[in-house]
Ligand binder design. Structure first.
Ligand SMILES: Nc1ncnc2c1ncn2[C@@H]1O[C@H](COP(=O)(O)OP(=O)(O)O)[C@@H](O)[C@H]1O
Ligand SMILES: N[C@@H](CCC(=O)OP(=O)(O)O)C(=O)O
Length: 378
């Protein structure tokens, strides 16, 4: 099985930038403090991915648990100020542990502590993005955690699954790899249902899978519920999510080799999102179409395809597959996309309902002038 590539897992085998999230349930040695040798094992795998040219950003939990042990506390405190204190003490231990292991591989790590505000405020979001991009370009491995010391219950992510997904969005990573204490998502919580079956693959937004996910154990925060939510969030920027057991040998490298481990959650609109991002970046425009107000409305509001009936005028020379810009009647740019018909054909079908295309041209390539998959709103 180890070298077998499973169809559908190409998103992992082709990923060039990945976010790895390691959860508290795994890191904390059943509450006895950081599992330093396990951390060493994950760092070895991250170094191996790094060596293959894959950029890795790490989201690591464990500060509160490490701080509790350092402070000699046996139970997780419930008071916010005590959690903040434990996190402050433990984050140093966590950072040192990672840096020590990365140093064995001649790699540098960097600590980034984020809060909800940092990602919702546009300016701080851009600052965080540029700092992370710079680190990644310098081949440094960022180690991210929530800044537990300055957050209160109302404004915290709480679980690091959500933070991992937002970091995947921020950096447009192709994959989010969530390591936890279970082999993946099961059709019921395996702690409560020993006969539960592992789900190998699915859609990130599948309501049946979301319904299977339950809460976390004693050490972790969100359980599978927040991991499924993270998969949906990550899917927004086209990232695929894998949930797998951090205890399986070489789990990260095996996932990236396409082995059928854990649960793979595909973004429903991955190709679409990626394609739209690509479309948006295309600069060469061959012509323009002027749309009536109704067409402008449905494109903007409903993300519909552009039908010839909504086009009032066409200009420029283009062939099928060329990029054209769509303007409103005032000449404002509305969208751009790849046309299904060249400029000569477009001139003959514009303003016409799609069922007349065949009669007018003698054939029908497609009922729409620009399909919504090939259209990006500006
Ligand atoms: N359907 C499910 N499949 C697998 N695990 C589940 C499911 N529902 C709930 N869980 C629980 O989620 C836990 C992992 O989440 P959590 O404790 O938050 O860990 P982490 O700290 O790694 O995020 C598992 O130990 C398991 O008990
Ligand atoms: N930020 C916290 C960890 C939050 C947490 O445990 O999240 P998770 O690993 O998703 O269950 C810490 O470092 O202790």
């Amino acid at each position: 099985m180890s070298n077998e590539r499973v169809p559908g897992r190409e998103a992992l085998t082709s990923a060039r930038r990945v976010v790895v999230k390691i959860g508290s349930a795994l890191l904390t040695n059943d509450g006895r403090g950081l599992d330093e040798s396990a951390i060493g094992g994950w760092v070895d795998q991250i170094a191996a991915l790094h060596g293959r040219g894959i950029e890795v950003v790490l989201v690591s939990s464990g500060a509160v648990a490490a701080g509790m042990v350092r402070l000699g506390w046996s139970a997780r405190p419930s008071a916010v100020h005590e959690l903040q204190a434990a996190a402050a003490v433990g984050q140093t231990v966590l950072g040192q542990c990672y840096e020590g292991h990365f140093t064995r591989h001649g790699l540098r790590s960097a600590q980034i502590l984020l809060t909800h505000d940092d990602l919702s405020n546009r300016k701080r979001y851009l600052n965080a993005r540029s700092a992370l991009r710079t680190l990644v370009a310098l081949r440094v491995v960022p180690v991210i955690n929530e800044n537990d010391t300055v957050v209160t219950d109302e404004i915290r992510f709480g679980d690091n699954d959500t933070l991992g997904a937002l970091v995947a969005n921020l950096l447009e990573a192709e994959a989010l790899l969530i390591l936890t204490d279970q082999e993946g998502l099961f059709d019921a919580d395996p702690r409560l249902h020993p006969g539960a079956q592992l789900i190998h693959e699915g859609r990130a937004d599948d309501p049946r899978l979301i319904a299977m996910a339950g809460g976390g154990g004693a050490l972790g925060r969100g359980g599978m519920t927040t991991k499924m939510r993270a998969a949906r969030l990550a899917a927004r920027s086209g990232a695929v999510t894998a949930i797998a057991s951090g205890r399986q040998a070489d789990v990260l490298t095996r996932l990236i080799e396409g082995e059928r481990l854990g649960t793979l959650l595909r973004p429903e609109h991955a190709p679409l999102a990626a394609r739209k991002r690509w479309l948006a970046g295309q600069l060469q425009v061959r012509g323009s179409l002027t749309l009536d107000a109704g067409a402008v409305g449905v494109l903007r509001e409903r993300g519909s395809s552009l039908l010839p009936v909504g086009v009032k005028a066409s200009s420029g020379r283009f062939v099928r597959g060329d990029m054209v810009v769509c303007l409103d009647e005032q000449g404002e740019r509305v969208a751009k996309g790849l046309v299904n018909y060249g400029s000569d054909e477009t001139a003959r079908i514009l303003g016409q309902p799609s069922h007349r295309i065949e009669g007018l041209l003698g054939y029908m390539e497609a009922p729409e002038l620009i399909h919504r998959d090939n259209l990006v709103i500006l």
